[in-house]
Design a protein around this ligand. Structure first.
Ligand code: AMP
Ligand code: MG
Length: 391
């Protein structure tokens, strides 16, 4: 049995980058950027009015001003400002030469035909200066980072219409178990619905890989063999649930070996999810996650997700908060690192939720975070700080 840290390191050091492709920027949301994106323009590209009003010389604020032209956004001023002059200017329009201030239209009054007076007591320049936000050549977004909705504006603004992004791993999901029926069916006696596969499909989509559902595998060695060999052939990553523990019908590790999978570990000192298997073939990676839904969910989050991101060139660092306990916590055994579903109170304290173990998926739905209980740690006292990962 290996430690959580060693297992994660083993997974991450096996993961090789899968290459990249150029795609339309509007298809790049949630993909991982594969090259730095630079700006080809200054932002703003010229000194521009930040308000609708009149552009003039600051030293003229006490004087009545002659309006010599009107400049709308997108137009180039035809005249430069001399003493006692101003131009009527719209937000986003280019500041005329000679002007250093824009007075807001709300702080002016017309004193005659094309004559205007400042009625405020003081004003800022109300100018957005050339390159004050970005200088041409600046890096806008970095290689290895996921592209979020807010980055799309940046790509648009710098004309990056075909970003280079990491290829998406194709990830197969298989559930093993004779007791499983699909969610559309009512389970008969002795049966339960297959929740893991659909949970995993959603988790895979969350990291924007290609999720490929390959069905329920009956608990026979032959069927498991067929399913694993086909899945390894057609996918970059294969995730199975169930069939990895010590039961009479747990064939997954045996069949993996038969399919030339180099098994890197088979047991991890984590709770839930000790019987977690990870292996590699020449072209693919394979995980055997335990059948219990909480184990499958958490082990995807802590092991599979960082690996999928690594395949796409992203160094995933989960957010971990340090917060105080709202109550005492204790456990009987401390030989494994444990993830405990917890609530976070309005005061920002950590409160374990009612949780009956690794089949209790509803407890995870109702919790806000997973509390990390390290190996050898039996108790946390109220007020003691702990590490939690928000869900
Ligand atoms: P196993 O790892 O195959 O021994 O399964 C452990 C427990 O998880 C058993 O109670 C199974 O019925 C349950 N289980 C296995 N696969 C699934 C699944 N796909 N969805 C929900 N529960 C499952
Ligand atoms: Mg099973």
């Amino acid at each position: 049995m290996i430690s959580f840290e060693k297992a994660l390191e083993t997974i991450l050091t096996s993961a090789r980058y899968m290459g990249d492709e150029r795609i339309d920027f509007m298809d790049s949301q949630n993909r991982v950027l594969a090259e730095d994106v630079y700006s080809d323009v200054d932002m703003p590209p010229f000194d521009k009015a930040a308000m609708d009003g009149f552009a003039c010389r600051k030293e003229d604020l006490d004087n009545e001003l002659e309006v010599i032209e009107t400049v709308a956004a997108g137009q180039i001023p035809q005249k430069s400002i001399e003493a006692g002059q101003c131009v009527r200017i719209m937000t986003g329009a280019m500041i005329p030469e000679g002007a250093d201030t824009v007075i807001m239209v709300e702080q002016t009054e017309m004193t005659g035909e094309e004559r205007v007076r400042f009625t405020g007591s003081r004003t800022t320049a109300n100018i957005a200066y050339r390159a004050e936000d970005v200088t041409a050549g600046d890096v806008m977004w970095k290689k290895g980072e996921p592209i979020l909705a807010s980055h799309i504006a940046i790509f648009a603004a710098v004309g990056c219409t075909e970003p280079l992004v990491a290829k998406q791993p194709r990830v197969a999901v298989l559930s093993t178990g004779d007791e499983l029926v699909e969610p559309y069916e009512k389970p008969g006696p002795g049966k339960i619905r297959n929740s893991n596969a659909w949970q995993l499909m959603a988790q895979i989509r969350n990291v924007n890989c290609i999720a490929n559902y390959m069905g329920i595998v009956p608990d026979t060695e032959e069927e498991t063999d067929l399913a694993i060999s086909k899945a390894l052939e057609e996918n970059d990553v294969v995730i199975l649930t169930g069939g990895v523990s010590m039961g009479d019908f747990d064939f997954v590790p045996k069949v993996m070996k038969k399919n030339n999978v180099d098994i890197r570990f088979q047991k991890v000192a984590v709770k839930p999810g000790r019987p977690t298997v990870f292996g590699v073939t020449e072209k693919s990676y394979i995980f055997g996650l335990p059948g219990n839904p909480v184990s499958s969910y958490i082990n995807f989050e802590v092991f599979v997700k960082p690996m999928l991101y690594k395949l796409m060139g992203h160094d995933y660092r989960p957010v971990e908060l340090t917060l105080p306990m709202a109550a005492d916590y204790k456990r009987k055994k401390a030989d494994r690192l444990e993830w405990v579903p917890v609530d976070i109170t309005p005061a920002g304290e950590v409160l374990p939720v009612s949780y009956h173990g690794s089949a209790h998926i509803h407890a995870v739905c109702l919790s806000k975070a997973l509390m990390k209980v390290p190996v050898d740690m039996f108790t946390f006292d109220k007020g003691e700080t702990v590490h939690v990962r928000p869900l």
